[in-house]
Design a protein around this ligand. Structure first.
Ligand code: FAD
Ligand code: NAD
Length: 444
């Protein structure tokens, strides 16, 4: 029987962070993966999405600089081939990093036999500690014809350019798909069951994004949901609860994700779950003190994002050999919606600041007149800074722009490191640039 100090179940960014950190502290470590090395991020999430966006944004830049008539269609075939190359290289890199760190890898489904043993491909493996990093999966659909709906991940794997697609949901994935598909010449319909798109982002900026996408043949249907889907020989026929109908080439679901906890036989290990995933304390320790959970499978009140999964994985990897132990403390939250244009936010959101107006005030900066944004026809570009009334300090920011994530990452650094305007002015940035714009943004 093989014995390890730590066994990590799941090779996504959370599991990889935990395994590599644990191995760096001299532990003997194994990682089990049942599907693709690198998990969601590498295979069905941000990696394929960002590669597709590379070609799509280049197309948008060329179109706005030269006029639509001058621009050939997106070469989806070439873009998809590049995406496949990058994804398979990244998968390989993940596996290689495990091997380089003396981590033993197993391919197969892991489930607990008892609190110290798991079974993989019929083989028993023993460890003192387990880290569960099994991620999340798309929500199942129950309406008639639900079997014709594809998951969002299949959009990012497409080999032919989209033509006329429907997306269920108006969250982060839906808007990323809408941006890519519309620039590729597709007409896109998003169906959202209530009237809120991109919950958590500032409604004013979300409205700007929707207005921009509308010019690119993206429509958002609010307060409605799919009731039935029928397949004809050439297309899919959509019917919604309100009675609306249209034909579409494909339907993708982006309705949120559920933790992968059902088929691990967690009971045998004494690990408890709730509707949000595996229950953990502030040390990411489960109801069994020898078992930890990180990333999308853990019931932690943090966003289900790659940066949180990585942070939690590394934290647990360090915690396994640490004395004394400290509870996990997160940096400021930062995230982006990779649509066209992008939305990004850090710290206290503008939506929260509007609700708590006695505590926060907003400072709006119209970036669209600034050279950095003007030269790129970034007509919507806007930054909203959230200022704490009592301290006068910026505690959050939100932006819409084709470069929103870059700008927000700069602001994240300034907030996190408590950089004062005077300190910023002691730093030289190459001029003119988005970084040099900070002098004008980061003022008293
Ligand atoms: C389309 C999409 C786009 C996204 N874009 C972004 C983004 O731009 N930025 C961002 O921060 N986040 C993004 N996310 C979220 C991000 O991908 C997740 O938060 C992150 O992947 C979570 O990592 P994880 O390690 O917890 O789980 P995962 O990456 O899901 O890895 C879990 C792994 O465990 C394996 N596994 C499950 N059960 C078992 C078992 N019993 N035995 C063995 N192996 C098992 C799975 O096969 C999987 O490989 C996106 C998600 C999606 C779906
Ligand atoms: N850039 C990023 O940071 C990024 C990108 C993609 C995914 N992610 C992660 O992946 C997770 C999943 O993304 P997502 O877009 O699937 O989830 P989401 O929670 O962002 O959006 C799901 C949307 O679907 C709506 N919805 C739910 N049921 C519905 C129904 N029956 N009909 C119509 N609409 C319905 C919800 O109200 C919500 O607006 C995110 O929560 C996030 O953690 C992050």
């Amino acid at each position: 029987m093989k014995v390890f100090d730590t066994i990590v179940i799941g090779s996504g960014v959370g599991g990889a962070g935990a395994a590599i950190r644990a191995a760096s502290h001299g532990q003997t470590v194994a990682v089990i993966e049942q599907r693709d090395w690198g998990g969601t991020t590498v295979n069905r999430g941000s990696t394929p999405k960002k590669v597709l966006l590379g070609g799509i944004e280049a197309h948008r830049d060329f179109r706005v600089q030269n006029g639509s008539a001058a621009v050939p269609p997106v070469n989806w075939e070439r873009l998809a081939a590049h995406r496949d190359t990058v994804v398979s290289q990244t998968q390989e890199n993940f596996k290689r990093r495990f091997v380089a760190n003396d981590i033993t890898t197993f391919e197969g489904h892991a489930e607990f036999i008892n609190s110290q043993q798991i079974r993989v491909n019929g083989e028993r493996l023993t460890a003192k500690t387990f880290v569960i990093a099994t991620g999340a999966r798309p929500r199942e659909l129950t309406f008639p014809g639900g079997q014709w709906v594809e998951h969002s991940g299949s959009f990012f794997k497409r080999h032919v350019a989209p033509k006329n697609i429907t997306i269920l949901g108006a969250g982060v994935i839906a808007f990323a798909i809408a941006g890519i598909a519309s620039e590729a010449g597709d007409t896109v319909t998003l169906v959202q069951h209530n009237h809120v798109a991109l919950r958590g982002f500032d409604p004013q900026l979300v409205q700007k994004l929707i207005a921009n996408l509308a010019k690119q043949n993206v429509r958002v249907v609010f307060d409605d949901e799919l009731a039935r889907l029928d397949r004809t020989s050439t297309a899919l026929q959509v019917r919604t609860a309100s009675g609306a109908q249209w034909t579409t080439e494909a339907v993708y679901a982006a309705l949120g994700r559920l933790p992968n906890v059902d088929d691990l036989n967690l009971q045998a290990a004494g690990v408890t779950t709730d509707a949000h995933g595996i229950r953990v304390d502030d040390y990411l320790q489960t109801s069994n003190p020898n078992v930890f959970a990180v990333g999308d499978c853990a019931a932690v009140a943090t966003p289900k994002l790659a940066n949180y999964a990585i942070f939690q994985g590394k934290y647990v990897g360090d915690l396994l050999t640490a004395t004394p132990r400290f509870p996990i403390v997160y940096p400021l939250q930062a995230s982006a919606v990779f649509s066209l244009p992008r939305l990004a936010q850090v710290g206290v959101s503008a939506a929260v600041a509007r609700q708590k107006s006695s505590r926060y005030t907003l400072r709006e900066v119209a970036l669209n007149k600034w050279l950095t944004y003007q030269r790129e026809y970034d007509d919507q570009a806007q930054l909203i800074l959230v200022v704490d009334r009592q301290s006068g300090q910026v505690v959050g920011a939100e932006a819409i722009s084709y470069q929103a994530d870059v700008l927000i990452n700069y602001v994240a650094l300034l907030i996190q490191q408590h950089v004062t305007p005077a300190q910023l002015h002691e730093t030289f940035f190459a001029y003119p640039s988005a970084a040099a714009d900070l002098y004008g943004i980061w003022t008293d």
